[in-house]
Ligand binder design. Sequence first.
Ligand SMILES: C[S@@+](CC[C@H](N)C(=O)[O-])C[C@H]1O[C@@H](n2cnc3c(N)ncnc32)[C@H](O)[C@@H]1O
Length: 279
Amino acid sequence: MNSNRFKDFFKNYSGNVDSADNQFFWKLSDEIVLRIIKNYIPKNGCRGKVVLDAGGGTGRWIVKLNKIYKDCDFILFDNSDDMLAKAEQNFKKEGLLNNVKIIKGDLEKMDSVPNESADYAISIYNPISFLLSPQKMAGNLYRIIKKGGLAVVMGQNFFNALTSKINSLASVSEIKNTKRRHIVKWGAKVPELKVFSKETLEEIFKNSGFRDITSFGVPVFVQPGAEDFDSKNKKRSTISKALENDPVFFKEVVEIEMAFNGLSSLVNKGMNILIVARK
Ligand SMILES: C[S@@+](CC[C@H](N)C(=O)[O-])C[C@H]1O[C@@H](n2cnc3c(N)ncnc32)[C@H](O)[C@@H]1O
């Protein structure tokens, strides 16, 4: 990606992403991701285990996971100075600097992370969508994860991108471009992103040697409103307001998402595709 565009995008993003779950659409989406992680990474026996957060940005998932997986060690890997500076502040505030190794680097290279040095790798909210070669990232994760370990990786959904572009009346040439190149452009300042179906994301990880791949749509039923993409996380969509004001509704929606988000007939309805793959 054009490196200035990348820098500008994440400079702004790093200042706001930690408050994304003020908008309850994102709080709900985070809760679903966390539930899936908890279903696969056991809470007990964490001592000596290493969780790599690939494209972990401001470290907000490490902060969340450290509360559950207290004895694990973490590696935060990212290439944005702005995101990593925010991560350092966050880890300091949480007293977490001793449990986390911060590595600056490119997900397509990752030479600075040794072979078989992590038990689990997570990559949440689509770092893989920013890459020229998603296959290289999958190969790197395969090399870094220990045998039997797991990768939990999220990418933006191709079909959701098409649905959204059609319904927002994007130009025919833009829709055709998304269809042909499996990329999406959400705005002038947002970098072009790669989008995946359940099948294409699974294929990439299968080609790198991963097995037992399971996919989920995140989320499959709830749809964000335009306000949920407010870069300052200040606006409130109708769905975010309802989820915020009615905890019973919030809880029920989480249960419904979790009951059906792994059905192969529904995964491609997800806004994002999340795969869990074993080495
Ligand atoms: C949308 S953010 C998600 C951050 C974090 N996973 C979260 O859920 O809050 C995408 C992250 O991917 C990182 N990223 C994008 N391309 C990258 C690359 N080539 N190498 C390393 N990190 C990259 C960005 O710096 C950013 O922190």
